[in-house]
Write a new protein. Structure first.
Length: 489
């Protein structure tokens, strides 16, 4: 597995800072896009309004040409100059608009007729004879003129020469700098407001990210402070969001670790205690062994017996350690009646008891036949150890429906059981007998030489099948161990 490392001297960036940076980048891009879009819309509106104004002014003048009446004569205008002067007297231009009349032929320097109004001298079109000459000579009716003083939008309407007089033209000029300046001012104002919003977002985002990530930092600090000797720290859970779920999951993990470490310590202590006894016995007998052949033979027998017991303990420990592996059980379709009968035949040789095949369930189940046989034989061996010759031990299996009745309405689960009629198990021992190296304070009135791993192995096999093992009282006295497995039906 490849582990990435930060280069030397490269600062580690916290999640809080990264969240804030991403938030600021996204907001900056969004606010910048909004400001640019607004500026573009405003500029487009300015252009559209100017185009409408130019079209409107030229349209009004074009309508006035054939319909206008000279107020002095009461008839049609006889010169372009008179027409332009009367029309311009009657019009009111916008602040950035110029209405001009030009007389003279195209290409010549025109005579200018203008309204009396105050415009900046450096921008007024009527003072720019060169620009007027170019507009007069242009073939287009609308256009844009770039001047050192700034951009100029214009439109014109040509007037023919009445009665052989001088031709003329009506010119509408608009200076868009002020309108565009308003749009630019709005754009820069939006940028300034965006900057303020980013600063406010930085403060609020820093506080909110810190509050949201507080449980994460607490998880990190708690994990850093955890040791094998102290697994008691927990994270307070507040709210019902993902962070609270993370804290709950972390606390649950700590609970499992605490139980696992506690079980490990108990397991190591008990295993050391159980193995220390046979080692002490072996060492003691070997140290006291004399030269007498009979004494040596007896010592060898005792030592061999203790070594065999140690070997069984080690094998059981290895078996229990393997119970955590996913391949501990290898299920396959099995006829439960055949399995029960095979177990009954095998356990009859364990002792002189009244063995009885109590019942069999005739159905196919999905289980590991070898592990289940091992568990049932272990239960039978346990029953033999706590009964006397001649007492009855019953072996059987049955199917149970959802109401707990024996297989009348289909099988929801199956039970394999071993029932004896011995002294039974005291209630104070019933809760601990399935733990490793736990025999209870008084195990059915006798003390055996076992290591206390047999029932723990049975429990591991049952749980490996996603089932359970239970202790139930036997009718008439005794103990019944039942392995319960869920069926797929």
């Amino acid at each position: 597995m490849t582990v990435s490392r930060l280069p030397l001297g490269f600062p580690r960036i916290s999640a809080r800072v990264r969240i804030l940076l991403w938030l600021l980048v996204v907001m900056a891009v969004a606010l910048g896009a909004v400001a640019i879009t607004v500026r573009s819309i405003l500029q487009r509106d300015v252009d559209h309004r100017i185009s409408q104004l130019l079209t409107q002014e030229t349209g009004e003048f074009a309508n006035f040409v054939p319909q206008g009446v000279d107020p002095d004569t009461g008839g049609r205008f006889d010169t372009a100059d008179r027409l332009l002067r009367i029309y311009l007297q009657r019009q009111y231009a916008d602040p950035d608009e110029e209405l001009l009349g030009l007389t003279g032929r195209s290409g010549d320097q025109p005579d200018v007729i203008r309204q009396r109004r105050d415009l900046p001298r450096d921008t007024a079109l009527w003072r720019d004879i060169d620009a007027l000459t170019r507009i007069r000579a242009a073939r287009e009716s609308f256009g844009t003129l770039e001047r050192p003083q700034g951009e100029l939008r214009w439109a014109k309407v040509e007037i023919g020469a009445p009665q052989g007089g001088q031709p003329g033209a009506f010119v509408v000029a608009f200076h868009p700098e002020r309108e565009r300046a308003v749009a630019d001012k709005t754009f820069w104002m939006l940028l300034a407001l965006s900057g303020v919003a980013l600063l406010m977002t930085t403060g609020i985002g820093w506080a909110v990210a810190g509050r949201i990530l507080a449980p994460v930092r607490l998880v990190r600090t708690t994990a850093a402070e955890l040791t094998e000797q102290d697994l008691t720290r927990r994270i307070p859970v507040e709210g019902r969001d993902d962070i609270a779920a993370l804290a709950e999951t972390f606390n649950a993990m700590l609970d499992r670790l605490e139980r696992a470490f506690a079980a490990q310590r108990v397991f190591v202590d008990d295993a050391g205690h159980e193995l220390r006894t046979p080692i002490t016995i072996v060492r003691g007998h070997l140290e006291l062994m004399g030269d007498d052949p009979a004494d040596r033979e007896e010592t060898v027998r005792l030592v061999t017996d203790e070594l065999d017991r140690m070997s069984r303990i080690v094998e059981d420990l290895l078996l229990l350690a393997g119970a955590e592996r996913p391949d501990f059980v290898r299920p396959e379709p099995v006829q439960l009646a055949e399995l029960t009968a095979d177990v009954f035949v095998k356990v009859r040789t364990l002792g002189e008891r009244e063995w009885q095949l109590d019942g069999v369930a005739d159905l196919e189940v999905f289980l590991d036949p070898q592990r289940m046989t091992q568990a049932m034989v272990q239960l039978a061996q346990n029953a033999v150890q706590h009964t006397v010759p001649g007492q009855r031990i019953r072996i059987g299996s049955r199917s149970v429906d959802a109401r707990g009745e024996a297989g009348r309405n289909g099988a929801d689960r199956v039970e394999l059981y071993v029932a004896d009629h011995g002294p039974g198990i005291p209630p104070e021992d019933a809760e601990v007998i399935f733990e490793r190296f736990r025999r209870g304070t008084s195990r059915r009135g006798t003390r055996t030489s076992g290591a206390g791993l047999g029932l723990a192995i049975v429990k591991a096999i049952a749980e490996g099948h996603h089932g359970r093992v239970e202790l139930r009282p036997t009718e008439g006295g005794g103990a019944t161990f039942v392995i319960t497995l869920e069926t797929d039906s």
